[in-house]
Design a binder for this molecule. Structure first.
Ligand SMILES: NC(=O)c1ccc[n+]([C@@H]2O[C@H](COP(=O)([O-])OP(=O)(O)OC[C@H]3O[C@@H](n4cnc5c(N)ncnc54)[C@H](OP(=O)(O)O)[C@@H]3O)[C@@H](O)[C@H]2O)c1
Length: 240
């Protein structure tokens, strides 16, 4: 089985790529943007695990040609920016906010997969809280991607995790880390009080846990046209 992972350098992506590399029978192309200052570092890190790095530019025609050529069975879209990164990009004269990255690049990849014609399973990393008519900008772009994916004709899985956090996240995100640690503490208490369902739904997952769930969703035949909420992802991670 052949996997193509976009967002391979992210916290979830790198965990997924490295987990897939350990599984027999899986071949992986990890996509890294060609202008990444760490492209060679990723080539080394993934290369020693037998994973090929693909640095196709984020242009629709180039991406369509590459997906057509590789014909992966499963395509993962694990892309996203943050307000802080978007602000830094804007100051450097680039537009790389939620609209351009979380929506724009994901939908470009989706269109490339549809145009390729072989119908890969498309696994989209969305977020808890996505629903029709949601006002928050971050969630609203995800709602649009989800709806385009559902209408694309491709077999798909939408994953909606709560916080993705762990001590092994290289990028420093103190706000997210504090919120998830406090939340996890409260939810642990909820678990003790018999409110396990609440804990399973809202507690954070590490990149490795989420990657396990995503790998299962991509590689097992029984997952198609599914939306998996945070508690379902946790259950799959434990089973795999
Ligand atoms: N963190 C959470 O708690 C949480 C919760 C629910 C859902 N999510 C969503 O899940 C997804 C993955 O989360 P994560 O924490 O694993 O993300 P992450 O570590 O921030 O990784 C984001 C990925 O997107 C790529 N990316 C960002 N800006 C880009 C740009 N301008 N051009 C090309 N690629 C770009 C990054 O590539 P580079 O390394 O090259 O920048 C990286 O591979 C995101 O969509 C996120 O919003 C996150």
């Amino acid at each position: 089985m052949h996997l193509f992972v976009a967002g391979a350098t992210g916290y979830t992506g790198r965990n997924l790529v490295e987990l897939a590399a350990e599984r027999p029978g899986l071949r992986t192309h990890a996509h890294v943007r060609p202008d990444s200052p760490r492209l060679n570092r990723w080539r080394d890190r993934f290369g020693v695990r037998g994973v090929r790095v693909d640095a196709t530019p984020w242009e629709e025609q180039a991406m369509t040609e590459r997906i057509t050529e590789l014909a992966p069975d499963v395509v993962y879209a694990l892309l996203g920016t943050t307000k802080k990164r978007a602000k830094a990009a804007r100051e450097a004269g680039q537009e790389a906010g939620y609209e351009a990255v979380d929506y724009g690049l994901t939908v470009m990849l989706l269109r490339a997969c549809v145009a390729a014609g072989h119908g890969p399973r498309f696994i989209y990393l969305s977020s808890m809280g996505v629903k029709d008519g949601v006002k928050n900008e971050y969630l609203a772009v995800r709602a649009r991607v989800e709806s385009e994916l559902a209408e694309s004709g491709l077999p798909y899985v939408i994953a909606r995790p709560s916080f993705i956090s762990g001590e092994d996240r290289e990028e420093n995100r103190p706000g997210e880390r504090i919120a998830s640690t406090l939340g996890d503490g409260l939810l642990k208490t909820a678990g003790v009080l018999g409110l396990g369902k609440l804990r399973d739904r809202y507690a954070s997952m590490t990149g490795e846990e989420l990657a396990r769930a995503l790998l299962r969703l991509g590689t097992r035949p029984d997952h198609e046209d599914e939306i998996v909420e945070a508690d379902g992802l946790r259950e799959l991670a434990q089973a795999f």
